[in-house]
Design a protein around this ligand. Structure first.
Ligand code: UDX
Length: 433
């Protein structure tokens, strides 16, 4: 079993740490925030992620958390799991990555620095040169991007579709791959540049699918087709596949928006205009705003109207609101003069901009509202179309931003229902006469 050092006790770092510990490795996590290190040392989680608390508790004896960079001395692997947020120009901010490289202490033996953070193509080559410049030629380097989605991180780690390892030296690649010996998954070995690009391209492909189906949804709306049926029929084609074809109010989160911008800027900086990706980003921006048009069509002016936002996390099973469509929606509604009330089972409503009212229950959120908007497809919202909710609302309008509800059932329950890319009038085949 190996000794693994991890820089960064953020979401990626902690998920990676507990999973490596679960595989039997000894793991030291180093962060610069004392409260985080202290909480984790006592088995307390700094964020909400399924299965991670159990793994943390179960493997505490193989895990340690520290502020002291010297505690990574003796590790066989040094994983970089720090943030790479977008800069003003949309490029990835690598300052935290460079801080890790600059702060590396004297390291005996042949440790390998492994990049898990998402970085622009070419970063590994620059870090290799930086290490050599610092006299750390004995330190290996590999790129081993993470493909963990929030809410399913542990499953994604333990049962990945593939593991990507890019290295300058094949012995380093072998060593990194051996960390995952207990995991049954294809290992893609490549050069460092290609490994970096695999991560960016995989995310771009997923975003392209979402913006594609969202545009199909918009055309469905204009022509009377139902995108849910269309996606089912399209997705059963083996060459296309059914995943990531859920139309809605667009993607958000800590990865997609920043990684798409970073790839777009990476291309631009290299003299290439990545037109398709630029369109994917723009379609996603516009998609978030379509809800406002739908509300106005039913309610006229939104000034003085009360709108309930149901779910504000960027997706279910997480409290993460980074780049969540709810933020744009809340701001647009407030700008239109509406009163906004929001409910979410875990995300913090006070993080929304402006004066959004917080509701503790779905019923409280919809009471007296002129419209309810499903923003995040939480399980709790699957049964929204009840007589109790209808009677509590001032106006029984549901705008289903995630196509969670059955339109026919919602209409039968007395709601005016609008989904994303679904027929506006009850002329769909599921509606009983
Ligand atoms: C994503 C990638 O899946 C992961 O591999 C990468 O490492 C980080 O980014 P995550 O941001 O956790 O993970 O969320 P994901 O489940 O992929 O969803 C991203 C966004 O796309 C969400 O806002 C979701 O609502 C949206 N989405 C997803 C759709 O709108 N339609 C879909 O069909 C699928």
């Amino acid at each position: 079993m190996a000794k693994v050092g991890i820089f960064g006790a953020g979401w990626v770092g902690v998920c990676t740490a507990v999973c490596f510990a679960e595989l039997g490795h000894e793991v030291v996590v180093r962060d610069v925030v004392p409260e985080k290190v202290d909480a984790l040392s006592h088995g307390q989680m700094p964020f909400h992620e399924a299965d991670v608390p159990e793994l943390l508790e179960r493997n505490l004896e193989r895990l340690s958390f520290t502020l002291d960079v010297d505690d990574v001395v003796g590790c066989d692997f040094l994983f970089v799991c720090v943030d790479t947020p977008p800069t003003y120009s949309g490029d990835a901010d690598l300052s935290r990555v460079w801080t890790v490289v600059d702060e590396l202490p004297e390291l005996p033996g042949h440790p390998i620095l492994v990049m898990k953070s998402t970085v622009p193509v070419g970063t590994g080559e620059k870090i290799r040169a930086g290490l050599d410049h610092r006299g750390l030629t004995h330190v290996g380097y590999a790129s081993n991007p993470e493909f963990l989605a929030e809410g399913t991180a542990v499953r994604d780690f333990m049962r990945p579709d593939r593991i990507v390892v890019g290295a300058f030296d094949s012995a380093d690649a072998d060593a990194v791959a051996s960390l995952y010996d207990k995991i049954d998954a294809p290992i893609v070995r490549s050069d460092v540049n290609s490994a970096e690009m695999i991560k960016l391209a995989a995310n771009a492909a997923l975003m392209t699918r979402i913006s594609f189906i969202n545009e199909i949804a918009n055309v469905c709306e204009a022509t009377g087709a139902d995108v849910v049926k269309v996606a089912e029929g399209v997705g059963l084609d083996n060459r296309i596949g059914s995943k990531f074809l859920r139309a809605g109010i667009g993607y958000g989160g800590s990865c997609f928006p920043k990684d798409s911008l970073a790839l777009k800027q990476l291309a631009s900086n290299s003299g290439y205009h990545f037109q398709l990706l630029a369109a994917v980003i723009e379609v996603n921006e516009l998609q978030k705003r379509r809800v406002i048009g739908k509300l106005s069509r039913h309610l006229g002016s939104l000034r003085g109207k009360t709108v309930a936002l149901l779910g504000i996390a960027f997706k279910p099973d997480t409290d993460d609101m980074r780049e969540a469509p709810s933020i744009v929606l809340a701001s647009r509604l407030l700008a239109e003069g509406a009163t906004v009330r929001a409910w979410d089972p875990v995300a913090d409503v006070s993080k929304l901009p402006g004066s959004v009212e917080r509701a503790d229950t779905v019923l409280e959120a919809v009471t007296g509202a002129d419209a309810a908007v499903i923003v995040t497809e939480w399980d709790e919202l699957k049964g929204l179309a009840t007589a109790e909710v209808r009677d509590a609302m001032r106006n029984p309008l549901i705008v289903d931003g995630r196509n969670v509800l059955d339109p026919a059932e919602a209409r039968r329950a007395g709601f005016v229902y609008e989904g994303m890319g679904r027929p506006l009038a009850p002329n769909d085949v599921n509606v009983e006469a």
